[in-house]
Design a protein around this ligand. Structure first.
Ligand code: 9D3
Length: 251
């Protein structure tokens, strides 16, 4: 599994390959990441990658040509690396943008079984639409809040995917029991406790000390349901329309 990130801030991605679950998996060769700076593919001596928007308005727009040349360089590099591989296929191009389809756990599972992608991180007000039309296969958002660029969104997206890659997590069950995982029925997770039994006058719930596995399971289920009803009632609306699904698309 190989990802290539086209970004004006390649150094940000070091966090992903250096630390934690993703860092360890990277060290074990379970996934790879290469960064590419669009400035290196600019056409002028000033290495310009942005310009003012046609039609006016605030901010700057990322120019199409440096991004396009960066994607072409990645594709050449991937062809060289994959030479002789029987199952080699062109990698999809993914743009991170506030106008994208919202990311979610089910999509993380789908990407976890892919060969990877070419990631484009937007900065400034956005990316020239002609680059998107010509090169981008998927436009992805992380949610309805404003970031200063696509890098952190891409890193969160990558983290959600890499931890699901077979062999990355030691305990496969821990992924499945996460909040939002299918086996938890799409509920928030129940509360957790560890030693000591008393902490600053607060006790651990009786039932967890009982050793009665059936009652413990029922308690956790009830806690998860109550928490979900309180914080995320939207998760309990089975079959509710999602923002990326047109009305009536479920027939
Ligand atoms: C005035 C309109 N703004 C769009 C909501 C402008 C704008 C804000 C922030 C344009 C680009 C950005 C930078 N954000 C991203 O590149 C981004 C993002 C985000 O801001 N929120 C959630 N997911 C993502 S993915 C990329």
């Amino acid at each position: 599994m190989r990802f290539d990130a086209i970004t004006l801030f390649p150094e940000m991605f070091a966090a992903l390959t250096a630390a934690g679950v993703c860092g360890r998996a990277h060290g074990r060769g379970l996934w790879g990441l290469k960064t590419w700076n669009p400035r290196d593919y600019a056409l002028d001596v000033h290495r310009t990658v942005d310009d003012r928007p046609y039609g006016g308005g605030p901010g700057m727009v990322m120019m199409a040509e440096p991004l396009a040349r960066a994607v072409e360089a990645v594709r050449q590099d991937r062809l060289r690396a994959e030479a002789g591989e029987a199952d080699a296929a062109p990698a999809p191009v993914v743009l991170f943008s506030p106008a994208g389809v919202p990311h979610e756990q089910a999509l993380a599972h789908e990407w976890a079984h892919s060969r990877g992608a070419i990631i484009v991180c937007g900065r400034y007000e956005g990316v020239d639409q002609r680059f998107i039309d010509a090169y981008v296969d998927y436009e992805i958002s992380l949610g309805d809040y404003v970031l200063s660029g696509g890098e952190l969104a891409a890193m969160v997206w990558l983290d959600s995917i890499v931890r699901l890659v077979p062999g990355v997590l030691h305990d496969a069950a821990s992924a499945e029991q996460d909040s939002f995982a299918a086996k938890a029925g799409g509920l928030l997770d129940c509360p957790h406790y560890t030693r000591p039994e008393q902490w600053r006058g607060m006790a651990v719930p009786e039932v967890l000390m009982s050793g009665h596995h059936e009652r413990i399971g029922a308690w956790r289920q009830a806690q998860a349901l109550a928490l979900t009803r309180m914080r995320r009632p939207d998760l309990l609306q089975a079959g509710a329309a999602k923002p990326n699904e047109p009305a009536g698309s479920d027939r």
